[in-house]
Design a protein around this ligand. Structure first.
Ligand code: SF4
Ligand code: FES
Length: 381
């Protein structure tokens, strides 16, 4: 019998698997949280490997699988992959833009047992939404897709990423969710890593706008009790304490990239010198318990002050490692979004300064474009 390593025994089972089936996507959102270097189609895992990964996830104790991307319905085998989730008893959530071939595949996805749909909406006004997503005629496709989801009886969540280009539409997003028959709405202020870090000045709202958006959500929650659940993600730069990013590093989630690299969070590849393991070389259980990337910031041993002696250290787990790297130049630092970080005042000042200036144009992303890493080019705080 194999000996159980102390690390494996200490790691709680993951509850969720984010399966990034492809980075291909018809949209070009300026806040995309995918890495700066996107995986090409030729490097994507094949169907059998994804099915094996899902089986291992189920054995490991995973309950939810988020079928994501890019646009997951761009995969020819999305129906087979979804069916595998259903056979394994994994709750499947399709995270989709609702454009491209999404509508055509929806009935088949429903037939094989898809459990839930999360649809991204970039704006309420079609012209504004299509400018943000960088795709003409996207809005009517999204509306038709949402209509069909609800007609099939599938639970629908709308996901709206909020920034200075659509923060005036928060009330509109709520009305839209009600009109569409969504069960849940995510009002998620942009988190500034991945491509959003490149576009930070174009996306950063001011404090008054953020406060107003929070008031609107709180009033709507009261008004729509029992009808619509509204999740609110407050922008880090204006928060008092950071969020427990990814539910705490290596505690709840595994993120498998299109080519099979397993990450503790979406943006982990921005952290230099982390060693990531691939599903093609290791089982998911091995990766979860022993991969250097997962053990690097799991728990609290790696923490510096003020986190090390803070009584919130097992609540937010020190915030976001990727943001700490981006802003403080050290992934093990206290997330500067935290008011207890020595860098917090500078972060707040930066947000205020960027929100006060006229927004620059969005920098849109495309697969294979020559990407300049802002983390290499920009001075830290
Ligand atoms: Fe969280 Fe660290 Fe801030 Fe304490 S000091 S609230 S643990 S980020
Ligand atoms: Fe990586 Fe927050 S995005 S820890």
């Amino acid at each position: 019998m194999n000996a159980v390593t102390p690390q494996r025994a200490a790691a709680p089972a993951p509850v969720g698997l984010l399966a990034e089936l492809t980075h291909r996507c018809p949209l070009r959102c300026p806040y995309c949280s995918n890495p700066l270097e996107l995986d090409r189609r030729s490097r994507e895992l094949d169907t059998a490997t994804w099915q094996r990964v899902l089986t291992e996830a189920s054995d490991l104790g995973v309950l939810h699988v988020h079928l994501s991307g890019g646009e997951p319905t761009a995969r020819q085998d999305i129906v087979e992959i979804t069916q595998t989730c259903a056979k394994l008893g994994l709750y499947s959530n399709l995270i989709t833009s609702g454009v491209g071939g999404a509508l055509d595949k929806l009935q088949a996805l429903y037939d094989v047992g898809l459990d839930h749909v999360q649809l991204s909406v970039q704006g309420v006004d079609a012209a504004n939404a299509e400018k943000i997503g960088g795709l003409k005629n996207a809005q009517p496709q999204k509306m038709a897709f949402a209509e069909k989801v609800v007609a099939l009886g599938l639970p629908l969540t709308l996901n709206s990423v909020i920034h200075r280009g659509n923060i005036h539409e928060v009330e509109g997003f709520i009305d839209l969710a009600v009109k569409m028959g969504a069960k849940r709405l995510e009002v998620a202020h942009t988190q500034y890593y991945g491509w959003a870090y490149v576009n930070r000045a174009a996306l950063m709202p001011n404090k008054a706008q953020v406060d107003q958006s929070i008031r609107i959500v709180e009033a709507a929650r009261e008004r729509l009790k029992g009808q619509l659940v509204i999740d609110l993600v407050v922008p880090d730069y204006y928060a008092k304490y950071p969020k427990a990013c990814a539910g705490g590093w290596g505690r709840k989630l595994m993120n498998v990239t299109p080519q099979g690299k397993v990450l503790p969070c979406h943006a982990a590849e921005t952290i230099p010198n982390l060693e990531f393991w691939y599903v093609t070389d290791h089982s998911l259980a091995e990766i979860w318990s022993d991969s250097p990337a997962f053990t690097a910031y799991r728990g609290t041993d790696w923490m510096q002050e003020p986190c090390r002696s803070c009584d919130r250290r097992e609540k937010d787990w020190g915030g976001c490692r990727c943001q700490a790297l981006a802003l403080a130049g050290d992934a093990a630092a206290t997330d500067p979004a935290c008011s207890l970080s020595p860098l917090h005042a500078k972060v707040r000042a930066l947000a205020v300064e960027e929100a006060a200036e006229n927004p620059p144009d969005y920098v849109y992303r495309t697969i294979g474009s020559n990407v300049r890493s802002p983390l290499k080019e920009e001075a830290k705080l």
